[in-house]
Design a protein around this ligand. Structure first.
Ligand code: SF4
Ligand code: SF4
Length: 425
């Protein structure tokens, strides 16, 4: 099947417009008072200009495209792989940039990875290992495929037909089963006629796409879309930010694979219920803050680009015409009685990545951990915050690892767990 990926030469019309101003190295607020906040996990870890933000990536793209570096030299290959693959692809730099390069930054970084994969300079060793696991067992953790829904045995019998299907994803299925169980519990308490895909649920493909791979995630996409479309579900619900981005946006964007069912993150599903007055929540007394997963927030921003040159010039960036899921999860969280909400300084478009995305937790675990520690410390700086709430099992995992490493009193929980606790039976 044909795909819609663009090559590095195509992206060069945009990354060449980078003025090298350096704005993408930090999040700047004009105040009052004016403040600078770190935004780039990769730059903050390595402290090298050649790693900071989308500015560095435009230099690297030019170097690759114009053969300014000898990519047959093993030492340069190693440096190039590190510079391109140790970025969390969080999009923090993208939201700072205001030039025509802005809308394309995330996709361009992943295309640069794909270009290096084609040259044998990627994926990283760790990504290659989990790629093989996904091909063999349909999950990056190397767990047996037949055990994917073992968590469900504690909840109810396997049911594969219904109005709504819960796409659990690999992390909730194998590593954060408490999140899968809470999601199941919430759907049941709300009287939903819900199903799972059982052995037909394969990895959504996100870990492979993020590593610059193309054919393998396409096979996963085709499998998942065929099954979901053949089974007449009306709604697909997922509690994972990574799965959400792939299902709601990327299957169609990259391969034209259109899902017949509506795709909702659990926070959207809950907000819909809230608006209909169907969410009866009891008190959960706690002081909490909220962490924005990049794949639900910045990655879901929709950019208006004037490709025809009707409003400005061809290819000009106009505006973000549809923001990512920033308010929806906050609305659900704030609707729980007893919750005292405190916002972290870096939030929404200016949020700081948890550090796990873009293959980093596997390939550069120190970068992932140090980034998450920074985020936990930010929450600790808010007076009285007991919990950091986030609606993504992968963020929960990495931020939870940081709380353990720091010995922090801040507990990391998934939004769906709090809702499950608050939801009356
Ligand atoms: S990517 Fe954008 S913000 Fe960063 S240096 Fe280039 S023009 Fe400036
Ligand atoms: S995507 Fe995130 S980690 Fe990568 S350069 Fe941009 S801000 Fe830094």
């Amino acid at each position: 099947m044909a795909d819609n990926f663009k090559d590095l030469k195509w992206y060069s019309q945009f990354f060449r417009k980078c003025s090298k101003c350096g704005t993408c190295k930090s999040a700047y607020s004009y105040g009052p008072p004016p403040t600078n906040a770190t935004i780039c996990p990769q730059g903050e870890y390595f402290k090298l200009d050649s790693y900071y933000g989308s500015r560095a990536k435009s230099f690297l793209g030019q170097a690759i495209l114009e053969n300014r570096v000898d990519l047959t030299d093993p030492a340069i290959q190693e440096d190039m792989q590190k510079a391109v693959f140790s970025c969390t692809v969080c999009g923090g730099c993208q939201t700072q940039c205001q030039l025509d390069y802005k809308p394309w930054i995330i996709d361009y970084i992943e295309e640069m990875r794909h270009n290096l994969v084609n040259r044998g300079i990627g994926p990283t060793k760790a990504e290659k290992i989990y790629q093989d696991k996904v091909i063999k067992d349909h999950n990056p953790y190397g767990e047996t495929h037949s055990s994917r829904f073992n968590w469900l045995k504690d909840v109810r019998n396997l049911k594969t037909d219904g109005n709504t299907v819960y796409f659990a994803g690999c992390t909730a299925s194998y590593r954060r089963t408490e999140i899968a169980k809470s999601t199941a519990s919430v759907l049941t308490k709300l009287g939903e006629d819900w199903a799972v895909m059982g052995e037909n649920e394969y990895c959504c493909g996100s870990p492979l796409l993020r590593a610059g791979l193309r054919e393998e995630p396409q096979k996963l996409a085709e499998h998942n879309v065929d099954y979901l479309n053949d089974h007449g579900f009306k709604t697909i619900v997922t509690a994972c930010a990574g799965c959400y981005k792939v299902l709601a946006k990327e299957y169609e964007k990259w391969w034209g694979l259109k899902l017949k069912a509506k795709v909702l993150h659990t926070s959207q599903y809950l907000e819909e219920k809230m608006k209909k007055g169907e969410l009866k929540l009891s008190s959960v007394p706690a002081t909490v803050t909220y962490h924005d997963p990049c794949h639900m927030g910045r990655h879901m921003n929709h950019y208006e680009v004037d490709m025809e040159g009707k409003k400005q010039w061809k290819g000009s960036y106009i505006q973000i015409d549809k923001p990512g899921l920033y308010e929806t999860p906050r609305n659900v969280l704030k609707a729980i009685p007893g919750i005292q909400f405190k916002e972290m300084y870096r939030n929404r478009d200016n949020s700081f990545c948890c550090g796990a995305g873009g293959g980093i937790k596997a390939s550069y675990p120190d970068v992932a951990l140090e980034t998450a520690k920074t985020r936990i410390k930010e929450a600790e700086g808010l007076d009285g915050v007991q919990k950091m709430v986030t609606p993504c099992p992968f963020c929960v995992t990495n931020l939870g690892d940081a709380t353990k490493a720091l010995g922090s009193k801040v507990e990391v929980v998934d939004l769906i767990q709090l809702v499950d606790q608050a939801l009356k039976k």
